[in-house]
Design a binder for this molecule. Structure first.
Ligand code: MOS
Length: 709
């Protein structure tokens, strides 16, 4: 930190020479609280008279509950109540929330149907967590079982196109004609498995009624969002619901409104005392959402020089029978490459499985694996360097939308990345480099992720002692958002960051965007800068600071409405070097580099962490992650961190993330958003490097040793 403060701040204003904070590395403002244990997470906030709820999940994959033998359980030590579909409060579910219709999995205990294994059938509430767990495990539930189907196959007769947050299908030009006219064709099917978010902190909520208001201490990605959903579900006045979520140990898309908050609110209402419900790691595999497996077919047709004539990207994913969620993997093709004929489609099939949901870079993560691997195959067939092939296919405008790009610095990312990675020395031919029992190879892939902002409100308050408090219903899910917003506020107020208290994670601070869609920090910064900037102006004009402080409120709805339509995205270039053990089939990533053009970087320290986290997840996706679902039971196999493999420290080699200057002229701070792009293209870069090492294409993830041999 370099701060040159010669500040004199009195009750009438601020005069200071303050070096900018945005763009300088700053450790997390709550870092000390986190490492000393002073920071309390949702399951740690103490309450007098706290009761504990334990969810009971179905052990069948499809059917009906015929009996719940609750009497013996109610007689067990400490047990206070058992909630199920016979005695639970009625919920309203036909509403449109912040992200549309809710997944009915959160609307617990409303009927006797079981749509998948791991469906919540009861909540046992007891004086202690241990008593609740013991009773929950003793509860006998009788079912009438029906046949189920959980397997996604290549082409399913019941698959249908689903829009989700983008149109399901886009079609431009005559695909067959362009493929027929192409000198070089790639036609390949790629698959990715069921993948699960595993934030370190499990989902947890404590609900209580406090003076006529419902208060929920929760671990989530947006208090505005969760408060709104709870108000809708329970038909409550939104002003009577307060959700707080001060510290969050990871989310990745999984932390919205889910069964545990709703069950906790039900129990707190019936018992009229605080009730806490925590999901176990195992329960998270059924109740936290996950990434659907995908089957993707890519057809590329090109002239001998690599120029694309035809591009088809068709994706099939899976959803539950109760909720329509599409993993929009074909969407990335609509941004990345143009072709005379350009067809994309996102389809789903409904099966007897838990509902999938948003998981870091939904669509782009699996979609970029397929598309960027196919580009690598095309480069091989054309005999062109894979970076050169991409540069030859850089579109002038949005391939599908026709809109101009508001900044597309992909080529600059490739140039900088190639230089730093040493790409120029690369021999394109596969399977040539050997070091003992290791075959060595390098690979690259492009990345992109949409850049957006959503309306948010913030307040900035000046205090008489020269400090400031900024309040916004933001969520710091580990990204460093709280610190980034502190830096943004510091610059807007032209003071040192140390003089700002950044308060987040409280729905009473007013509506704001969630930590999602890589839009959190951009949306919140816009509101924070607006409020803090106006406060500074008022202080500069000599406004008095009363005893309770001088407060300015912002709302960015109007400013965002004025943004001109454009293709707005962050971009990146991923590079990987792998070593493949010819005796065991093990793939080890030796080094990885990501260069991003992702708007102005607010805090280089935490931004680098965010990029690296995504890239490491890309390694994990390429080599390790795969949830097995047992066809016979319909349930997950090895639903824990022993059975579900994620990259560990030993799997992560020399890894670097950096960026080029890419300030967004349409954003008040210059931000584009960096939440998710780190994972995009990362798995493809690894897979392409495995091909370069071995000469064998792996089109199914993960690239396990048994698949390599
Ligand atoms: Mo993210 S998948 O938008 O939390």
């Amino acid at each position: 930190m370099t701060t040159v403060t010669t500040a004199t701040t009195g009750t009438t204003g601020t005069t200071s020479v303050q070096a900018p904070s945005v763009g300088t590395g700053h450790t997390r403002v709550e870092g000390r609280d986190k490492v000393t244990g002073a920071a309390r997470y949702a399951a740690e906030v103490p309450f007098a008279d706290l009761a504990h709820g334990w969810l009971v999940l179905s052990t069948i994959a499809r059917g009906r509950i015929v009996a719940l033998d609750t009497d013996p359980v109610l007689a067990m030590p400490g047990v206070l109540a058992v909630l199920d579909h016979r005695n639970a409060p009625h919920l309203v579910t036909d509403y449109q929330g912040m992200l549309g219709t809710p997944d009915p999995t959160c609307a617990v205990f409303q009927h006797d149907r079981v749509p998948h294994l791991g469906w919540p059938v009861a909540l046992v509430v007891a004086e202690t967590s241990e008593q609740a767990r013991e009773a929950a495990e003793a509860l006998v539930v009788r079912y009438e079982e029906e046949p189920h189907e959980v397997e996604l196959t290549g082409e399913h007769p019941d698959a249908y196109p689903v829009d989700g947050h983008m149109p399901a299908v886009t079609e431009k030009g005559d695909l067959d004609a362009q493929l027929a006219a192409s000198a070089v064709v790639v036609d390949a099917e790629y698959t990715t498995p069921e993948e699960h978010h595993n934030p370190m902190e499990p989902h947890a909520a404590t609900a209580r009624w406090d003076d006529g208001r419902l208060e929920v201490i929760d671990s989530n990605q947006g208090v505005t969002w969760v408060a709104g959903e709870l108000a809708n579900l329970f038909s409550l006045d939104p002003a009577s619901v307060r959700v707080r979520s001060e510290h969050v140990g990871g989310g990745f898309g999984s932390k919205g409104v889910r069964a545990h908050q709703v069950a906790a609110v039900m129990a707190a209402t019936l018992l009229q005392r605080p009730v806490r419900v925590v999901l176990t790691r195992r329960q998270m595999f059924s109740l936290a959402g996950y990434r659907s497996p995908t089957t993707q077919r890519i057809r590329l047709g090109a002239d001998p020089d690599g120029r694309l004539r035809a591009l088809e990207h068709r994706s099939l994913s899976r959803t539950s029978t109760v909720y329509e969620f599409v993993e929009p993997s074909a969407g990335v093709a609509r941004v990345m490459y143009d072709a005379d004929a350009h067809h994309t489609a996102n389809r789903v099939v409904r099966l007897d499985v838990p509902s999938p949901t948003y998981m870091r870079a939904p669509g782009e993560a699996p979609g970029s694996f397929a598309l960027e691997a196919a580009l690598d195959e095309l480069a091989e067939k054309c005999g062109i360097d894979p970076i050169e092939l991409r540069l030859r296919n850089e579109p002038e405008t949005g391939p599908v939308s026709g809109l101009p790009f508001a900044g597309r610095n992909l080529a600059a990312c490739f140039r900088e990345g190639a230089r730093r990675f040493g790409w120029a020395d690369r021999d394109r031919r596969p399977g040539l480099r050997r070091e003992g029992r290791w075959l060595l190879g390098t690979g690259t892939a492009a990345a992109s992720f949409p850049s957006g902002a959503a309306p948010s409100t913030a307040t900035a308050t000046a205090h008489q002692d020269g400090t400031f408090t900024v309040r916004i219903s933001a969520a710091d899910i580990g990204t460093g958002a709280r610190t980034a917003l502190t830096l943004v506020a510091a610059d807007a107020l032209q003071v040192a960051p140390e003089r700002i208290r950044m308060r987040i994670g409280d729905s009473d601070f007013g509506p704001a965007m969630i930590a999602g869609g890589s839009m959190g920090t951009r949306s919140w910064s816009w509101a924070v800068k607006t409020a803090a900037g106006e406060l500074r102006e008022r202080l500069a004009l000599g406004a008095d600071i009363p005893a309770e402080g001088l407060t300015v409120r912002s709302d960015t709805t109007e400013a965002l409405g004025a943004l001109a339509p454009a293709e707005r995205h962050s971009f990146g270039a991923q590079f990987a070097e792998v070593a493949v053990d010819v005796t065991t089939g093990e793939v080890r990533v030796r080094r990885m580099l990501g260069i991003f053009a992702a708007g102005r970087i607010v805090n280089p320290l935490t931004a680098r962490n965010q990029f690296l986290g995504g890239m490491i997840w890309g390694i994990s996706m390429a080599l390790h992650e795969e949830a097995a679902r047992d066809r016979a039971s319909g349930g997950p196999v090895g639903a824990d961190l022993a059975g579900y493999h994620v990259a560990t420290h030993a799997d992560v080699p020399r890894i670097e993330a950096d960026w080029i200057d890419d300030t967004d002229p349409d954003d008040p701070v210059g931000i584009k958003g960096i939440g998710e792009i780190g994972i995009v293209g990362a798995a493809a870069a690894v897979a392409n490097a495995v091909w370069h090492a071995t000469g064998v294409r792996h089109r199914s993830l993960p690239i396990r040793p048994d698949r390599v041999l």
